[in-house]
Design a binder for this molecule. Structure first.
Ligand code: SF4
Length: 371
């Protein structure tokens, strides 16, 4: 019956004794087993916020490397607010979060102008910052200041779905609502006994290390005795996977124009997909219209393709892109059109904020140092 599924997705708070035991067991496990991650050694809200922005897009091992370098370059919200956009994008380059880097800087400007350079402690004020959603606000406020703010990310969703037998589709509205209810229930009570920052991190850590997507290690889990999915032998089945979306195929021609040892690059338009990033002159040949802005603009008519150099594959949000990379000559003089152009030495290309595709092409074509 239609109502059964709905009921299976309602969070029913556990009785007080079970809730207390869940809190106790999970935070004791976290205290003993948590990873020693660099951003766990600070209570600086700005530094924690930067780590959260990076971790949403990138693996922990990569962030360990990037986070300190980013903070060295932009040690405070004010420093980030005042930095040139190009240098912020360049610092984010390789992490694949240009949009996030831009949003970070936009939020840093609000923090500098309206909050005296301090990440706001108030949830409503934090949520009004550009690019800061309920997860990020909850993470920063709870971890930096122990404000009892809930959070749900993929790890927390999985732990709650299994622990309480919330049998829904990963990332779906009903399951997320039930998980947010659970998150609020736990973090908003007993905040004195169980610090909200430790509680939220313990949930995420359990999801990352023990209650993993495919093979949860229930035998090593501090919550096993209380876990509905484990009790029913269905841990790995909850939550159900999202229906797969078939990626759209896109074919591009990418032109490598070289003159006096320099490459010609174009800057993408300021709005839309991969805004403001640099790429080799590119034309979409599939005609899907999905990348209408991928046109070489002023160069198109003057480009004379020559030999093929390589073919390259790349994936971005539901698109499978195949790029045919060709050497090309400029038929006439290269004039500045609506999109800025630049000539860059191959060795310095990585200092520009490149698209992921351009980065791959550059890495393939750049001569090895010392042959
Ligand atoms: Fe996850 Fe298993 Fe622990 Fe339940 S017992 S929370 S399914 S690891």
């Amino acid at each position: 019956m239609g109502t059964e599924r709905k009921d299976a997705l309602r969070f029913e708070p556990p009785d007080e004794a079970s809730a207390r035991e869940i809190r106790r067991a999970l935070t004791a496990w976290f205290a003993a087993e948590k990873r020693d991650l660099p951003w766990r050694r600070t209570r600086d809200a700005y530094a924690i916020w930067v780590s959260e922005a990076m971790l949403q897009q990138t693996r922990v091992e990569v962030v360990k490397d990037y986070w300190p370098r980013f903070l060295e370059r932009f040690p405070t919200a004010e420093a980030l607010a005042e930095a040139a956009e190009e240098s912020v994008l360049e610092a984010g380059s390789g992490l694949g979060y240009y949009r996030r880097a831009r949003a970070l800087q936009a939020a840093a400007r609000v923090i500098a102008a309206e909050h005296g350079g301090e990440f706001p402690r108030d949830l409503t004020a934090a949520l009004s910052l550009p690019g800061v959603g309920p997860y990020t606000a909850g993470a920063v406020l709870s971890i930096a200041h122990d404000v009892p703010t809930a959070l749900v990310d993929g790890n927390v969703e999985r732990v709650f779905a299994r622990l309480f037998g919330l049998d829904g589709v990963r990332g779906s509205g009903p399951l997320m609502r039930a998980c947010w209810d659970a998150a609020r229930f736990f973090v908003e009570r007993d905040a004195d006994a169980v610090p909200p920052g430790a509680w939220n991190q313990a949930l995420m850590e359990l999801g990352a290390l023990v209650c993993t997507p495919k093979s949860p290690r229930c035998g090593a889990c501090a919550l096993a005795a209380l876990c509905v999915a484990h009790g029913e032998g269905r841990a790995a089945e909850i939550p159900s996977p999202r229906p797969r979306r078939v990626p759209t195929e896109v074919a591009l021609e990418i032109y490598v124009v070289e003159r006096d040892g320099l490459w010609l690059l174009e800057q993408r338009p300021p709005g839309g997909l991969m805004a403001g990033l640099w790429e080799f002159p590119t034309v979409e040949t599939t005609g899907t219209g999905l990348f209408p802005e991928l046109l070489a603009g002023p160069l198109e008519s003057g480009l004379e393709p020559e030999q093929d150099l390589l073919s390259i594959a790349h994936g971005i949000t539901h698109h499978r892109i195949r790029g045919r990379v060709r050497a090309a000559r400029l038929g006439g003089e290269c004039s500045e059109g609506p999109r800025p152009l630049t000539w860059v030495a191959p060795a310095s290309a990585s200092e520009l904020a490149l698209t992921g595709m351009a980065r791959k092409v550059a890495e393939h074509l750049r001569p090895e140092p010392n042959g």
